[in-house]
Design a binder for this molecule. Structure first.
Ligand SMILES: Cc1cc2nc3c(=O)[nH]c(=O)nc-3n(C[C@H](O)[C@H](O)[C@H](O)COP(=O)(O)OP(=O)(O)OC[C@H]3O[C@@H](n4cnc5c(N)ncnc54)[C@H](O)[C@@H]3O)c2cc1C
Ligand SMILES: C[S@@+](CC[C@H](N)C(=O)[O-])C[C@H]1O[C@@H](n2cnc3c(N)ncnc32)[C@H](O)[C@@H]1O
Length: 305
């Protein structure tokens, strides 16, 4: 009677790989884990070599199988690195225009939490309700919170898909008559000048080349005596690597934002880096920081209070 060779493949069963019977002249004589010529198994990233794959291999063949598998593993890892680098490059050259934002909203049932941003809640708590503009309102988490507190809100965003979501949420919460939803591009058309007691923008992130124009438009939309609140990711976050979909030119410190305001027209009330904890998609906690600018318009453009 001939010996029977058994592949010690129990380790692999947790990954979904099982040894199979091998037959000689129709009679089982061994077991082995099925694999292709390079040793690649049906489970991506798992290779086998030597007797576990071929029970008849002698040392020289087993060693050659190990060498072949190693070469292909190296190739596979190299390919993965290349794919990742190509993705990163594509990502860095993406244009975040209206089509990009519409698609981003369309491909997710909800991009944001629906909750108001902490900075807004803190900074607006002491303001009497009036007319507010939420610039880059997204799905309206901030706008709806303001409306619930008695503000008459214009929620403006580049993406129609986001605005429609916000409008639906407003109707469900009985706030339809308190929020006007408007699709517009703030790099092309500034909001109505002097029309709002509060202009707020959370994470709008106008890139550096249009930041001055966009912030000037938002500032001009504030009525004398009104408040401008701008919140974005603080540049210190760049030290931890770029967050998903971000680009370095989106980041402005509170000081840079202050530099865009005419000191004769504005009393800066808050200009700071404010650390915050944020929850990721899997519930993990990240420590991030916001750049916060809050300023009160002390005069109109004419210089009169
Ligand atoms: C009796 C006999 C005589 C042989 N004579 C020759 C010869 O003269 N010339 C020749 O070229 N070949 C000979 N061979 C074949 C040779 O032994 C094999 O080709 C060679 O050992 C195969 O190498 P391998 O690395 O694939 O497997 P192995 O040498 O069997 O190495 C596998 C190793 O993995 C370990 N292991 C298994 N499961 C686990 C686990 N869960 N966790 C941690 N470790 C684990 C095992 O303990 C073992 O050390 C002979 C084989 C036998 C059985
Ligand atoms: C990161 S999201 C923030 C959304 C919301 N403020 C919040 O905090 O949940 C940025 C929003 O700005 C909008 N946006 C980007 N560029 C814009 C532009 N040029 N004009 C108007 N809105 C813009 C995007 O469509 C997106 O909804």
């Amino acid at each position: 009677m001939s010996p029977r060779f058994t592949a010690r493949a129990e380790l692999l069963s947790a990954l979904g790989l099982e040894a199979e019977e091998r037959l000689r002249d129709g009679v089982p004589f061994a077991s082995a884990v099925p694999a292709g010529p390079t040793g690649a198994t049906a489970v991506p990233g798992v290779w086998v070599a030597g007797n576990v794959a071929d029970p008849t291999a002698q040392v020289i063949v087993a060693a050659a199988m190990g060498l072949a598998a190693a070469a292909h593993i190296t190739g596979d890892l190299g390919e993965e690195d290349t794919d990742r680098a190509v993705q990163a490059h594509r990502h860095a050259t993406e244009v975040h225009d209206r089509a990009w934002w519409e698609e981003r909203y369309r491909t997710a049932p909800g991009l944001w939490s629906g909750q108001p941003n902490d900075v807004l809640v803190t900074e607006v708590a002491d303001l009497p309700p009036g007319r507010a503009l939420d610039a880059g309102a997204g799905e309206g988490g901030d706008a709806l919170w303001l409306a619930e507190r008695g503000w008459q809100v214009t929620a403006l965003d580049l993406a129609q898909v986001a605005i429609e979501r916000g409008a639906r949420a407003a109707a469900e919460r009985g706030l339809a008559d308190r929020v006007e939803w408007r699709q517009a591009d703030l790099t092309e058309e500034p909001p109505e000048a002097g029309a709002y007691d509060l202009v707020t923008s959370s994470f709008l992130h106008p890139p550096a080349d249009v930041r001055e124009k966009v912030i000037a438009g938002l500032a001009a939309a504030v009525a004398p005596g009104g408040t401008l609140l701008v919140v974005n990711h603080d540049p210190s976050e760049l030290a931890g690597g770029l967050p998903r979909h971000a680009r370095p030119e989106y980041f402005a410190s509170a000081e840079e934002l202050v530099g865009l305001l005419d000191p004769a027209e504005w009393e800066v009330q808050v200009a700071e880096r404010r650390p915050r904890s944020a929850r990721g998609h899997e519930g993990e906690v990240h420590h991030v920081a916001d750049a916060v600018l809050r300023a009160r318009r002390v005069t109109g453009a004419s210089g009169r209070p």
